[in-house]
Design a protein around this ligand. Structure first.
Ligand SMILES: *Cc1c(COP(=O)(O)O)cnc(C)c1O
Length: 428
């Protein structure tokens, strides 16, 4: 299947006149469409809620769109909690699924009334001291071993740092109950970027069965099961988008089979999807600025791995469209590379593309989640702008590009210091 960008070349040329490349462009209409399809898929449960994983795209303008669609948020740090609060999320609209959590973050999450998702049993006395044990609390489960859904879909919980063992979950419930907790929830994240429609219900079954067992043995009520993230997106043109309606029905069937007979029909279902929600609705827009002909053919672009780390970090595939050449034959093999002094700074390796000319606009697909968010400043490369394509076809800046002054700001301690003046002068 051909992967098509959600904008035309003409629209990009118009945006480029206002905001120079590189930038991430997000599609409001697409984000709303996906949010609605997810909420419809889980509408069989009257108390369903999606807590969008803020880390996937931590921009308040995106969070506000999702809020309007009825989503909550999932946070894991002080900055994410503060962003959520600034966007008007409150109380149980906020999940706090952190790990190795600093004391002040528990304290702040408690003042917001967020649902604390406890990553480890040793955090119980820590939380008791910093913020206090809430009446309703969520526990993160790690079943260990390997989690096989199908030959193409698996996770390795046994080597993952998150969550508690089965024995620890039972023990944590006992300890928390003694400290005043009354209602419990469970959470687990067993595989990432799963394209198999069976994944989410398999993850749900693990949680539902554990909730039923804990309920039977300890008699505690469960207010929620949180299926976490992990539903994937088709980064490659030959992959298919998971069928979210089918996934919703499969989770429903599992709920009917496990939770209802256990007397847990009242337990709320939530999700913490990030990638699935916004991933396909972002593009990294960049320009071809250099070409190089040595042992291989290289196209140098004005974006680099600091703007999109996934290819360098995981060898991840991101589709590339050369704008205006959608129907041209892909008869040139290129490495499409950024400017970092790091040989893994390659958006594509041995990629068959149409002939690229200097100044061509390249759209790098599926950067709406874990794209800008994973940015960094290596080589003094600056974070790009983020632009939102509004539903009506107009566009607006939702984050300006970083400047050299931003980059130098943390080096300036005393405005009287000549170094400060020199850096400020250099940034102009
Ligand atoms: C990253 C993360 C998510 C979102 O994962 P996706 O793969 O983007 O769906 C959800 N929950 C937790 C706890 C996470 O760390």
């Amino acid at each position: 299947m051909q992967k098509k960008p959600f904008v035309t070349k003409e629209k990009l040329e118009q945006i480029n006149r206002a905001f120079p490349t590189p930038y991430h462009l997000y599609d409001e209409a697409g984000i709303r469409r996906t949010a609605r399809s997810l909420l419809a898929a889980f509408s069989w449960h009257e108390n369903y809620r999606e807590h969008y994983a803020v880390k996937a795209c931590p921009n308040p303008f995106i969070l506000e769109i999702l809020k309007e669609e009825g989503c909550g948020v999932d946070c894991a740090s002080m900055a994410e909690l503060k962003l959520a609060h600034a966007c008007g999320f409150e109380g149980e609209q906020i999940m706090f699924s952190s790990n190795e959590t600093p004391a002040e973050e528990y304290e702040y999450a408690r003042t917001l009334g967020a649902i604390i998702n406890l990553d480890d049993i040793t955090h119980i006395p820590f939380l008791a001291e910093h913020g206090g044990i809430p009446k309703r609390i969520c526990l993160r489960y790690n079943p260990g071993g390997a989690f096989h859904v199908s030959p193409t879909c698996m996770g390795e919980p046994g080597t993952s740092k998150y969550g508690m063992t089965r024995e620890q979950i039972f023990e944590a419930v006992r300890q928390l109950r003694a400290l005043g907790a009354e209602e419990f929830a469970l959470h687990a994240f067993l595989a990432s970027n799963a394209l198999d429609n069976a994944y989410y219900a398999a993850n749900a079954r693990v949680l539902f069965e554990l909730a039923a067992d804990v309920h039977r043995e300890l008699g505690v009520p469960f207010f929620m099961v949180n299926l976490s993230g992990g539903v994937g997106i088709p980064y490659r043109p030959d992959e298919a988008m998971p069928d979210i309606a089918l996934i919703g029905r499969e989770v429903e069937r599992t709920f009917e089979e496990v939770m209802v007979p256990a007397g847990l029909w009242d337990t709320r279902i939530s999700t913490e999807l990030g990638r699935f929600m916004t991933g396909p609705h972002g593009l990294l827009i960049t320009k071809a600025v250099h070409e190089k002909h040595i042992y291989k053919e290289y196209i140098g672009v004005d974006a680099c791995a600091a703007n999109l780390m996934r290819p360098a970090m995981y060898g991840a595939y991101h589709h590339i469209t050369v704008m205006g050449k959608e129907d041209a034959p892909c008869d040139h093999m290129y490495d499409v590379v950024g400017s970092l002094c790091e040989n893994n700074d390659k958006f594509a390796i041995d990629r068959m593309l149409p002939k690229i000319d200097m100044g061509d606009i390249l759209a790098i697909h599926d950067t709406g989640a874990h794209g800008f968010a994973m940015g960094y400043n290596y080589n003094g490369r600056l974070r790009s702008a983020e632009v939102l394509l509004n539903e009506d076809g107009s566009f607006r800046l939702i984050r300006r590009a970083e400047t050299l002054s931003d980059y130098f700001a943390t080096l300036c301690f005393d405005p009287e210091d000549p170094l400060c003046a020199a850096l400020s002068h250099a940034a102009d």
